[in-house]
Design a protein around this ligand. Structure first.
Ligand SMILES: Nc1ncnc2c1ncn2[C@@H]1O[C@H](COP(=O)(O)OP(=O)(O)OP(=O)(O)O)[C@@H](O)[C@H]1O
Ligand SMILES: [Mg+2]
Length: 280
């Protein structure tokens, strides 16, 4: 594959997907470039998860084309997607809670040693690599034998990202990695999202939160009821406009009016809420 920065690794053209007679996606075009973060924003039901499920091989598109590294593809299983270097980190399913950190890191790609009946897991080696890789990302976990269930949501996301980078992913898809996190933890995860980009991956970052998107994004795509309502490079858009587009400008204005009439009877704080979206 080409090592030029900003090479298009993955592109969708006019992709559509129907579930029975529900058109979840229509005419969606999108490009993912190496060393860039493409943010996909949109409200509940906009089609974000459907979009990434198509790229991850869980669903198939019913219209349009998907090209990976210059080749037309139609995935029929997650294995097809992984085989093309596309790693997907799902919000809740990123890791197995009952297993240890190192075990999760190597899940499905375990290192073994010895021969024949003496062949067994090379635990020491896997622990060593896990420790090294996490340290490289600046993630400090005192005990790699700890079960993942004891970690915070943010730490789990970071470990899943580190694993994708170590196993050579070219494209990393993150489905709302900061949705369930507080402000501090979101910041930590965003830092690792940026690290994945700096490591040369093409990142697709799904989020509801325009503030989070704008902190790291190179490119922004807004989905609205299954269609692309905005596609903009960072240089061409401000955070204010992104937030406004995301909220659907007119709807936000109406909400602001509604809230300010409420605030005149209940107190001074509600009006301010109308002018900004809340943190995810
Ligand atoms: N398996 C399915 N069967 C039928 N309809 C579905 C299915 N999955 C999604 N949909 C519908 O497709 C549309 C897009 O859903 P999708 O889950 O992609 O939205 P989303 O942007 O990820 O929303 P959220 O922000 O709530 O996660 C919705 O109308 C949804 O009801
Ligand atoms: Mg979703």
């Amino acid at each position: 594959m080409s090592e030029n920065p900003n090479t298009e690794i993955l592109s969708l053209t006019d992709v559509g997907k129907s579930y029975g007679n529900v058109h979840a996606l229509r005419g969606v075009s999108l490009a993912v470039r190496q060393g860039e973060i493409t943010c996909v924003l949109g409200d509940n039901g906009a089609g974000k998860s459907t979009l990434i499920k198509i790229i991850a091989g869980l669903h198939q598109h019913s219209e349009g084309t998907m090209v990976v590294n210059g080749e037309d593809v139609h995935f029929t299983s997650p294995r097809d997607s992984l085989g093309r270097g596309i790693a997907t980190v799902y919000q809740d399913l990123a890791l197995v809670p009952l297993m240890s950190i190192w075990r999760n890191f190597f899940l499905g790609q375990e290192v073994r040693k010895g021969f024949g009946p003496f062949r067994r897991l090379d635990v020491a080696r896997m622990m060593e690599v896990t420790g090294q890789e996490l340290a490289k990302m600046g993630i400090s976990v005192p005990d790699l034998d700890r079960s993942v269930g004891a970690l915070s949501g943010g730490q789990r996301q970071c470990i899943a990202i580190a694993r994708a980078i170590y196993f050579g992913a070219k494209v990393l898809i993150l489905d709302e990695p900061t949705a369930a996190l507080g402000v501090k933890q979101s910041g930590v995860v965003l830092k690792y999202v940026a690290k994945a980009r700096d490591a040369g991956l093409g990142v697709i970052f799904i989020t509801h939160n325009p503030h989070h998107a704008y902190l790291v994004g190179n490119h922004f795509v807004i989905l609205n009821r299954g269609r692309v309502s905005l596609d903009s490079a960072r240089a061409d858009i401000t955070l204010d406009r992104l937030t406004n587009e995301m909220a659907g400008g007119a709807e936000l204005e109406a909400l602001s009016h509604e809230l300010s009439s409420v605030s005149s009877s209940t107190g001074p704080t509600a009006a301010a809420a109308g002018s900004r979206t809340t943190e995810g």
